[in-house]
Design a protein around this ligand. Structure first.
Ligand SMILES: Cc1cc2nc3c(=O)[nH]c(=O)nc-3n(C[C@H](O)[C@H](O)[C@H](O)COP(=O)(O)OP(=O)(O)OC[C@H]3O[C@@H](n4cnc5c(N)ncnc54)[C@H](O)[C@@H]3O)c2cc1C
Length: 317
């Protein structure tokens, strides 16, 4: 049996940030992730200045692909609104590996399946045991499913369906574009150039509203890809886009019970207007670590619920 005082299930931004803070507090911690890093993660990779602030890092010192935007070009019902701001784009493939290595805790590649409690310990797949268990496994987190699914159900109305493709291509427009409500999409679509020739395009929308329209997110993806070709932003629709569902902020009051914690997408913390989840993942990870280290109740209060005010208020500097 491999024992650690704390086990974090999932090494995305939430799990890595939590593990790093726990290690810095002198607590014995390890991470279990079903994938070995670097790994692909379906995500546009847009990060706000708040992310760097929370990580206590100057963006200039981030060692991987980083694109800084001084403007976002919003499009609404055919009208373009350029907004001055300061935002960033990273590649999750690089960012998540950088985050997990920065945590400097042991990492085991293991897909968590069975968790049980025995004499005050959480036993995972009869192989790992711990006193404190942190669920940072994203939407399908096994810690959420086993211990919080019934007491803190995530409502279907909070599901965001999203599809994206990140690939290297020759694109001529290095600006960031966002289209709201294209073809009645209950959400928005993006064109997000990264550094080093990488481009991310995608769409996201409210799952239940899509269902009411009798449309799938893939129907909207095809329409959007066609539009980008028509606008000459891309030459042809890319193959194999990847889709994923996650949850935006919803009413739940259970993020912590006994020595169990859920953070990031496992808790459903993305913003209501833009589905921004990286900041909430990192922040909730740090807050959960603080609660464990200082024997406090964990309530992720004060997390930003809307992204747009931050975009409009953050000026280029
Ligand atoms: C298409 C799309 C675009 C998005 N764009 C943005 C964006 O631009 N900006 C933004 O801020 N947010 C965006 N988001 C949301 C953002 O990706 C998530 O909110 C964020 O990744 C949450 O981080 P996390 O650490 O909680 O979970 P994750 O990043 O999902 O990490 C969970 C980890 O747990 C591991 N895991 C899962 N199950 C198990 C298991 N059984 N055993 C062991 N390990 C397991 C996984 O391998 C993974 O490494 C987007 C989401 C999607 C789907």
């Amino acid at each position: 049996m491999i024992e650690s005082k704390i086990i974090v299930v999932g090494g995305g931004p939430a799990g890595s940030a939590c593990a790093r803070s726990l290690r810095r507090a002198g607590l014995d911690t390890l991470i279990l992730d079903k994938k070995s890093f670097p790994r692909q993660k379906t995500c546009a990779g847009w990060v706000t200045p708040k992310v760097f602030k929370t990580l206590d890092l100057n963006p200039k010192t981030y060692p991987h692909t980083l694109n800084r935007f001084n403007r976002i070009h919003f499009h609404l019902f055919g009208i373009e609104f350029p907004v001055r701001t300061c935002q960033y784009a990273i590649r999750r493939y690089e960012f998540d590996e950088w985050m997990i290595l920065r945590a400097k805790v042991p990492i085991y590649t293991h897909k968590v399946k069975l968790i049980r409690k025995h004499k005050g310990y959480y036993i995972i797949d009869d192989t790992y045991q711990c006193r404190y268990l942190v669920g940072a496994g994203g939407t399908h987190c096994p810690v959420y499913k086993k211990f919080f699914g019934k007491t803190a159900p995530r409502p279907a109305k909070a599901i965001i369906s999203a599809v994206e493709k990140e690939y290297q291509c020759n694109f001529s427009d290095n600006r960031c574009h966002i289209w709201y409500f294209e073809n009645r999409l209950p959400g928005y679509a993006w064109y997000l150039p990264k550094g080093n020739g990488w481009l991310n395009i995608g769409i996201g929308g409210k799952f239940l509203k899509l269902k009411k329209q009798n449309r799938t997110i893939m129907d909207h993806w095809h329409l959007f890809a066609k539009k980008l070709v028509k606008l000459s932003l891309i030459k042809q629709a890319p193959h194999d886009p990847k889709g994923h569902n996650y949850y935006f902020f919803h009413k739940t009051h259970t993020y912590n019970r006994d020595n169990l914690f859920i953070i990031g997408d496992a808790a459903g913390l993305s913003t209501l207007d833009m589905g921004e989840g990286i900041h909430a993942a990192i922040k909730s990870g740090i807050m959960a670590a603080d609660a464990i280290a200082n024997h406090k109740q964990f309530m992720p209060h004060g997390l930003t619920k809307f992204s747009l005010p931050g975009i409009f208020l953050t000026k280029n500097h």
